[in-house]
Ligand binder design. Structure first.
Ligand SMILES: Nc1ncnc2c1ncn2[C@@H]1O[C@H](COP(=O)(O)OP(=O)(O)OP(=O)(O)O)[C@@H](O)[C@H]1O
Ligand SMILES: [Mg+2]
Length: 317
C-alpha cells in the first residue's frame, strides 16, 4: 500500500535530491510555495551550480535570500564564488598568526588548495552549514534544491568525515602545544588561536550534524520518474543516506502519464510506467510516496508553479 502523503510541515530542513532532470527544482519550488501559502516562512536554496531557480521565478537571484512571494525567500549559492569567499576568509583568519616572512608562501599554498578537487564542494558545504545554523532562527522551513545525487550525498555525509578529520587535526595540534608548553612555557599552557579556530569549526560541524541526523527536524526527499535509471539512482541514494543515518522522508514519483492520454503509443508507455511504479513501491516499501502527473507543459511560470503548489498543499499534511 502506498501512502500518498508526506510529512513535510513539521520539518525544519528539507533536502530535495535525485537524478538530473527528474524534477528536483520544480518539486522543491512547489513545496516551498505550498508551505509559504500555508503560513510558513520559507527559504528555498539552490546548491546546484547550473541554477534554474532564477528562471523558474523569473527574477535575478543572488547569494542572499530574496522574497519572491509573500513569506517565500529564494537564493542561489554559487560554489565557485563560495570557494573564493572561503579562501579570502581563511587568509584573513591567518593574518597576525603567521610570521610576515612566511605570509607569501602560506598564501601561495592556500591558493593551490583552492584548485584541488573538492575545494568548491567544501566551501559549498561550509555555506550550507552556516545557513542551517543561522537561518533556522529566521525561517520555519529551509529547503535545499540540490544538484544531481552523487554531489549532494557527499555534501550531507561531509559533516561526519570532516568531524573525524578535524578531530585528528585537533589531537595533533594539542600534542604539539603540550610539547611547547613543556619546552618553552614552564608548563603554562600556550595560547593557540589556530587550535581555537579549529575547535570552533569542529563544534559547528557537530551542531549541524545533530540537526541533519534528527528525523524530527530534517528530511531528505528523493524525486524520481517511473523509468529505470532514476529508480536505480534513488535506490543507491537512499541506501547511502541510510548508511550515514540521514533520515529519508519520502519519494516523489514525478511525471506520471495521466489517465487522459490515449493512443497506442501512450498506452504502451503507460503500461511500462505502471510496471516501474510497482517496482518503486517494492523498492521503497517503508517510505511515504507521493505521485505527480506529467503536465502538458514545462513548469516555467509562477502561475504554473502555483498550480503544482496547490496540488502539493493537500499532500504534505
Ligand atoms: N510534472 C511535470 N510535468 C511537466 N513537466 C515537468 C514536471 N516536472 C518537471 N517538469 C519539467 O522537467 C524539466 C526538468 O525539471 P527540473 O528542472 O525541476 O528538474 P531537476 O531535477 O531540477 O533538473 P536538474 O538536475 O537539471 O537540476 C523542466 O523543464 C520542468 O519544467
Ligand atoms: Mg534543478
Amino acid at each position: 500500500m502506498t501512502i500518498d502523503r508526506v510529512k513535510i510541515l513539521d520539518k525544519r530542513v528539507l533536502f530535495v535530491g535525485g537524478k538530473g532532470g527528474v524534477g528536483k527544482s520544480t518539486s522543491a519550488s512547489a513545496i516551498a510555495m505550498a508551505a509559504s501559502k500555508l503560513g510558513k516562512r520559507v527559504l528555498l536554496v539552490s546548491t546546484d551550480p547550473a541554477h534554474n531557480l532564477s528562471d523558474l521565478f523569473h527574477t535575478r537571484l543572488k547569494g542572499e535570500p530574496k522574497e519572491v512571494v509573500r513569506n517565500l525567500f529564494v537564493m542561489e549559492i554559487n560554489p565557485e564564488k563560495e570557494s573564493e569567499r572561503y579562501i579570502a576568509n581563511v587568509k584573513k583568519n591567518l593574518e597576525g598568526q603567521v610570521r610576515a616572512t612566511m605570509i607569501e608562501e602560506v598564501h601561495r599554498q592556500i591558493d593551490m588548495a583552492k584548485t584541488s578537487p573538492g575545494a568548491d564542494e567544501a566551501a559549498l558545504f561550509d555555506r550550507v552549514t552556516s545557513l542551517v545554523l543561522e537561518e533556522l532562527d529566521r525561517f520555519d522551513l529551509l529547503i535545499f534544491d540540490t544538484a544531481p545525487t552523487g554531489h549532494t550525498l557527499r555534501l550531507v555525509s561531509l559533516p561526519e568525515m570532516m568531524g573525524v578529520w578535524m578531530d585528528g587535526m585537533l589531537e595533533r595540534r594539542r600534542k604539539t602545544n603540550e610539547h611547547y608548553t613543556q619546552l618553552l612555557n614552564d608548563g603554562e599552557p600556550v595560547e593557540d588561536p589556530i587550535y581555537q579556530t579549529l575547535q570552533a569549526r569542529r563544534d559547528k560541524f557537530r551542531r549541524v550534524r545533530e540537526i541533519l541526523l534528527d528525523s524530527s527536524m530534517t528530511g531528505f526527499l528523493f524525486v524520481l520518474n517511473p523509468e529505470r535509471l532514476p529508480i536505480e539512482e534513488a535506490k543507491r541514494g537512499v541506501e547511502t543516506l541510510r548508511q550515514h543515518d540521514i533520515p529519508v522522508l519520502g519519494i516523489i514519483i514525478n511525471k506520471i502519464l495521466p489517465d487522459s492520454v490515449d493512443g497506442t503509443f501512450f498506452q504502451k508507455r503507460k503500461e511500462q510506467q505502471l510496471v516501474y511504479i510497482e517496482e518503486i513501491k517494492r523498492s521503497f516499501r517503508k517510505l511515504p510516496m507521493v505521485r505527480m502527473e506529467l503536465l502538458e507543459e514545462d513548469i516555467s511560470t509562477l502561475a504554473h508553479l502555483e498550480m503544482v503548489a496547490g496540488r502539493w498543499s493537500s499532500l504534505m499534511e
